[in-house]
Design a protein around this ligand. Structure first.
Ligand code: ZN
Length: 304
């Protein structure tokens, strides 16, 4: 009799463990040791350039567009500005500012916490809602394995969308120096580009092309075809700005025209990063109250 009760208890516990505590449905879990087939062929691109970048930052080792951006249609990048233009790419926007996500079970608890910190930072300062994956068609999958490095797509790709965050090794913390790298890659997935790719960047930085590994010069091109003035000033403090030595064969590749600024911080959001996301997802337009609320939160959360 006791044995039967014990068995019953185990069954109940196992059943409860599979149930969403907000309801009675079973949550589908995209647990996997392999990602879905990748139409970008990222793996083969990586192999071609990895030797040259072996000692580089994990954000540039994928050797994708601008180092860490994956794209199935690279030509479209020539039409993108600092943030994706929703009038041209409406399907790349996360509907209702809601982003389903799943963190791979291959991360350990510390790594999981760092990713969650990045998600909380982005949720707290904006009207974005990150919701745990619950069977939605489109969702972010935080993924630690091959193709390695820290990389992401720009905007919503559709279906299972990898945000690659390579786990620490014995020699390097890789994408887990803090929440900043996760914030950076999530911001790509939200539709944001690198700060140094702005049309007006030459007023603020000097790109030292002679110091760039020749195969990677394209990473320093200005991508916009339009003379657009982005609604925010050039942001040296952006988590989306390249560091001073990215893709270097020796010496600096980017130098600020202003003295005393640090480029390439990967600690967290700058004030402008935070405002840009709010702007891109319409959070500031809802009402005066909402605008003030998010402006205040960004000022509290962000670097200057
Ligand atoms: Zn990037």
């Amino acid at each position: 009799m006791r044995r039967e009760n014990g068995f019953r208890l185990i069954c109940i516990v196992l059943w409860l463990a599979r149930v969403d505590h907000t309801g009675s449905r079973t949550i589908p879990r995209p647990e996997t040791n392999e990602i879905m087939e990748d139409e970008t062929g990222i793996g083969s691109v990586l192999k071609a350039f990895r030797k040259q970048l072996r000692k580089e930052d994990p954000e540039v080792t994928p050797a994708l567009i601008e180092g860490d951006i994956a794209a199935s249609q690279p030509i479209l990048f020539s039409l993108w500005r600092l943030g994706l233009r929703w009038d041209i790419f409406p399907t790349r926007k996360w509907e209702n500012a809601t982003i389903p996500y799943h963190i791979s079970h291959l991360y350990n608890p510390q790594e999981y916490e760092i990713i969650m910190t990045a998600i909380h930072l982005l949720s707290f300062g904006t009207c974005l809602r990150f919701v745990p994956y619950d069977g939605q068609a489109d969702y972010l999958l935080f993924w630690p394995k091959e193709p390695e490095g820290c990389w992401s797509y720009v905007g919503k790709k559709g279906g299972q969308q990898v945000v690659a965050l390579q786990r620490p090794t014995l020699k390097s913390k890789k994408c887990f120096t803090g929440p900043g790298r996760a914030v950076h890659e999530i911001m790509h997935a939200l539709g944001l580009f690198h700060e140094h790719a702005r049309r007006d960047r030459d007023e603020y930085i000097t790109v030292l092309k002679d110091n760039v590994i020749p195969n990677f010069l394209h990473n320093f091109e200005k991508l916009s075809l339009e003379n657009t003035t982005y609604p925010y000033k050039y942001d040296y403090h952006s988590v989306m700005h390249y560091g001073p030595s990215f893709f270097s064969k020796g010496g600096k590749t980017i130098k600020a025209k202003k003295n005393g600024v640090f480029l390439g911080q990967r600690v967290g959001l700058s004030i402008t990063d935070c405002l840009k996301i709010n702007d891109l997802y319409g959070c500031l337009e809802k009402s005066d109250f909402e605008r003030k609320k998010y402006e205040t939160l960004c000022a509290v959360l962000g670097f200057t």
